[in-house]
Design a protein around this ligand. Structure first.
Ligand SMILES: CC(C)=CCC/C(C)=C/CC/C(C)=C/COP(=O)(O)OP(=O)(O)O
Length: 239
């Protein structure tokens, strides 16, 4: 969801949102809600948003602080909105890096929406793909060690499926399309494992300005290439 700061600058919004009645990330949050609605209309069930990376903690302390405060407010708003839209919410990332309050709020939101299934929104927060892979490998090794020690397993090989189950993103299937706004063409540590066969679509539009036609265009582009992507996924499963 790149382009929030550039959009705020363009709109002359202050960092914490005092000016113009909207915060730096407010417009971006509403853009996400609108995209969620369009995705429901277009039959896209799983939506994953990269909201805050572990690398974002390296931004200026006041900026991180303001983003975290804004995140907490948005979780409260989300609690109302996702229930209206019957959306299940998951969080992916190293939640231990968040404040107790934010982590508790994320967990409450996950529990409160567990019964909804019209769509599934995964919010990547305190996330990087390399950290996720490291976490999954460590967990898989530890589980294997315990299984071997207690005689529940006699094969010391760690299977791919097991590592995948330990990914933060195990709550959602691999993405068909990865959309990046703001004109960047990099993955920037996002879903490196899961994007193996994904269609990558970058656009110049700033995230808060994304509209339904940007989404439709990305889907049409994916559909042109989808036979290849889906074939590769199928072949991989058959191996
Ligand atoms: C609850 C929830 C999911 C809220 C979403 C809020 C939101 C839109 C978060 C985006 C955060 C972020 C660091 C975006 C990157 O844009 P940037 O700040 O790097 O902007 P730039 O590309 O213009 O520098």
């Amino acid at each position: 969801m790149d382009g929030n700061r550039r959009y705020a600058k363009k709109q002359k919004l202050s960092h914490d949102g005092a000016a113009g009645g909207g915060g730096r990330y407010d417009a971006g949050f509403w853009a996400l809600m609108v995209m969620l609605l369009y995705c429901q209309e277009l039959g896209v069930k799983y939506i994953t948003a990269y909201a805050f990376s572990i690398d974002n903690f390296k931004r200026k302390p006041e900026e991180v602080e303001s983003l975290m405060t804004s995140m907490l407010e948005k979780f409260h708003l989300l609690d109302i909105l996702v229930k209206l839209l019957a959306v299940r919410v998951h969080f992916a990332g190293n939640l231990e890096l968040l404040s107790n309050e934010l982590r508790a709020s994320a967990m409450e939101l996950t529990e409160a929406t567990a019964a909804y299934s019209k769509s599934v929104l995964t919010i990547c927060i305190a996330y990087t793909s390399r950290d996720e892979i490291l976490h999954a490998v460590r967990e898989s090794c530890e589980q294997k060690r315990i299984d071997l020690e207690f005689g529940n397993d006699d094969d010391d090989e760690i299977k791919l499926m097991k590592v995948e189950k330990n990914m933060y993103m195990a709550v959602a299937p691999d993405p068909d399309i990865i959309i990046r706004t703001g004109g960047e063409n990099r993955l920037s540590n996002f879903l490196l494992w899961q994007s193996c066969w994904s269609h990558l679509h970058s656009m110049w539009v700033l995230w808060p300005e994304i509209g339904v036609w940007n989404l439709v265009f990305a889907i049409l582009n994916f559909q042109r290439n989808k036979t290849y992507c889906l074939d590769m996924k199928k072949k991989e499963k058959e191996l």
